[in-house]
Write a protein that binds this ligand. Structure first.
Ligand code: DX5
Ligand code: ZN
Length: 221
């Protein structure tokens, strides 16, 4: 199990003040910045691209930027995100014709590689690539929107993937994304996650430090 990471999803931040919002969550104890990229094609929503990632770097953000690509095709945009300062780049296997090649492409670009499993995607997709990855991201909502409810079957999936990681690739982080709140994060951590994305639970709170602090203590037990 890797050390705990809390990664606020800026999807729920105030985009009119994005630099300040990111500074504030990092000052409040966040470890990474989760950066949701949606293309109105792979998912029915449209968000931000490499220019915004680069703007955050130019603004002075030095924390890891965890890019979650919900775009199709994937490969074309990978070098742009690497140049823009992405730390981790994760993609959905359904959006790439050649999953293994895309992983190599991300690593060759100097970034850490993650594979994202939708709620309906079987864990077998990890069978021949787990060792090549830095991170597995399990979706606990269907991708496309913030503020949805945690799908309970994700807990069993977390336990299965935790078993695979412990047995075969303990360097791999296990990240969960969707409906994570201070009051369910302990159960999610117990199921095996070490890296927690939370959008609405953090950015809709008045006090970011309070909610991040409560999340961290719940994970620590
Ligand atoms: C959904 C995104 C999530 C989303 C999480 O497609 O990948 O990162 O912002 O938002 P909450 O925490 O509100 O479910
Ligand atoms: Zn995400």
């Amino acid at each position: 199990m890797q050390p705990t990471v809390i990664a606020p999803s800026i999807l729920s931040a105030n985009f009119a003040r994005l630099g300040e919002e990111v500074e504030n969550v990092l000052a409040a104890g966040a470890d990474w910045v989760h950066f949701d990229v949606m293309d109105n094609h792979y998912v029915p929503n449209l968000t931000i691209g490499p220019m915004v990632c680069e703007a955050l770097r130019k603004h002075g953000v030095t924390a890891p930027i965890d890019v979650h690509l919900m775009v199709e095709p994937v490969d074309r945009i990978v070098p742009d995100f690497a140049k823009a300062g992405a730390t981790v780049i994760s993609f959905h296997p359904e959006a790439s014709r050649h999953v293994h090649r895309t992983i190599q492409l991300i690593r060759d670009a100097g970034c850490q590689a993650g594979l994202v499993l939708n709620p309906g995607t079987p864990v077998e997709v990890l069978d021949y690539v787990l060792e090549e990855l830095d991170l597995v991201l399990l979706m606990s909502v269907n991708p496309g929107f913030g503020g949805q409810s945690f799908i309970p079957s994700a807990l069993e999936k977390l336990r299965m993937v935790r078993g695979m990681i412990d047995a075969r690739a303990p360097h791999v982080r296990l990240e969960i994304d969707g409906g994570v709140k201070a009051d369910n994060i302990a159960e999610i951590a117990a199921a095996g996650a070490d890296t927690f994305v939370a959008g609405s639970a953090i950015f809709n709170a008045d006090d970011y430090a309070d909610v991040i602090g409560r999340m961290k203590s719940a994970v620590a037990g």
